[in-house]
Design a protein around this ligand. Structure first.
Ligand SMILES: NC(=O)c1ccc[n+]([C@@H]2O[C@H](COP(=O)([O-])OP(=O)(O)OC[C@H]3O[C@@H](n4cnc5c(N)ncnc54)[C@H](OP(=O)(O)O)[C@@H]3O)[C@@H](O)[C@H]2O)c1
Length: 332
């Protein structure tokens, strides 16, 4: 069994009498939430939720202190579960990390074996964290839509917040799966990037401003990362029996809509909650991400690389809406 260092570096979030704060601390293994597996962390990533948690701009953590980072990938160094051996490559996305348990922003992570996904053949650890929660969410959305009879013949899929992490990966995955993708973005200067990832068209955010409960049906459905009026507009422009997956609230948590798309066109609004996905669906999503839905442009989407020390800059960039693609966190 590998001997672990007595103390190691972690990006830890606290909220106590001294206020909300986060930064590097030297911690011991027993400072971490219990679990059957200890891994030496290789990579994590920065998601919107990580930026909210790391800055205190959103109520993400349900106990303090906790190590941040909702994603983690690395090699097992200790296992009390016979299903895993030292040296196995594993990943976890969501499943309470940086919410109720310590997360991936540390040199070592202690994990519950029931949520650890053996790294699927077809992905390396770095690729798995370029995907992370963002890629998992995009693929889960597509899985839910196809299970509800989404097919390319229904029309193009819109992706809002297209230059962000979930958005960039959705553009790549959906086009790879045979759909025409209409990327909706507030960054017209990134139209070339979005076309490179597979977007057939790049639209401004105003394309989703609906004036009426039903507009002409322009999309077969789509993935919404921003919420508010853009989600309402997407529902109003979705073709009969198309699916809209609601994943995000980068603009607003509000949904001020009418039932008209549902009762006149049979449009479905599907929820996407990556963190709480059941184990069998989780395994299926990772199988697809490593196989027929593996994005073709992971290297292009990995726009930024951070370390534990540069996480605050990465959070600020994301929260300012200026993030492009994914931010990988190199730890090991
Ligand atoms: N449901 C789940 O399980 C799940 C999982 C992961 C993420 N999420 C949510 O999905 C959203 C995207 O996450 P992410 O990690 O991809 O974040 P991100 O990388 O920061 O991307 C968000 C994108 O949304 C767009 N945007 C930002 N502010 C906006 C505004 N005020 N109005 C309209 N568009 C705006 C921007 O894209 P453009 O400039 O291209 O328009 C931005 O790049 C977040 O709300 C996050 O909480 C949910």
């Amino acid at each position: 069994m590998t001997t672990l260092p007595a103390r190691f570096r972690a990006f830890r979030i606290r909220d106590d009498d001294a206020g909300y704060r986060a930064g590097i601390e030297e911690i011991a293994l027993d400072d971490l939430a219990p679990g059957e597996l200890v891994i030496r962390t290789a990579y994590s990533s920065v998601n919107y939720k990580d930026a909210l948690a790391g800055t205190g701009q959103g109520k993400i953590l349900r106990r303090f202190p906790l190590v941040g980072g909702i994603d983690v990938a690395g090699h097992v160094v200790q296992s009390r579960d016979p299903a895993f051996r030292e040296g196995d490559a594993v990943l976890v996305t969501g499943c309470g990390l940086s919410e109720t348990r310590d997360g991936g922003y540390a040199e070592y992570a202690r994990l519950e074996a029931k949520w650890a996904v053996p790294l699927p053949a077809g992905l390396d650890l770095r690729e798995s964290m370029i995907l992370g929660t963002a890629g998992f969410t995009a693929a889960l959305a597509l899985l839910r839509m196809t299970e509800n009879r989404q097919v390319p013949a229904l029309g193009p899929l819109a992706v809002t917040g297209a230059t962000g992490g979930v958005g960039s990966l959705a553009v790549d995955i959906f086009s790879r799966a045979g759909y025409a993708v209409h990327a909706v973005s507030g960054k017209p200067e990134q139209a070339g990037y979005l076309r490179e990832l597979g977007a057939a068209e790049v639209l401004g955010r105003e394309a989703l401003h609906a004036r009426r409960p039903l507009e002409s049906a322009r999309f077969g459905g789509g993935l919404d990362n921003v919420g508010g009026p853009m989600l309402v507009g997407l529902l109003a422009q979705t073709a009969p029996y198309g699916n809209v997956a609601g994943a995000g609230l980068a603009a607003s948590p509000a949904l001020d809509a009418t039932v008209m798309p549902f009762i006149i066109r049979g449009v479905s609004l599907l929820g996407v909650a990556s963190s709480g996905t059941a184990r069998d669906i989780r395994d299926e999503v990772w199988r697809r991400l490593a196989g027929d839905w593996k994005p073709h442009h992971l290297a292009r989407i990995a726009q930024h690389e951070a370390t534990l020390d540069t996480l605050p800059e990465a959070f600020a960039r994301l929260l300012a809406g200026g993030g492009l693609g994914r931010t990988l966190v190199r730890i090991g």
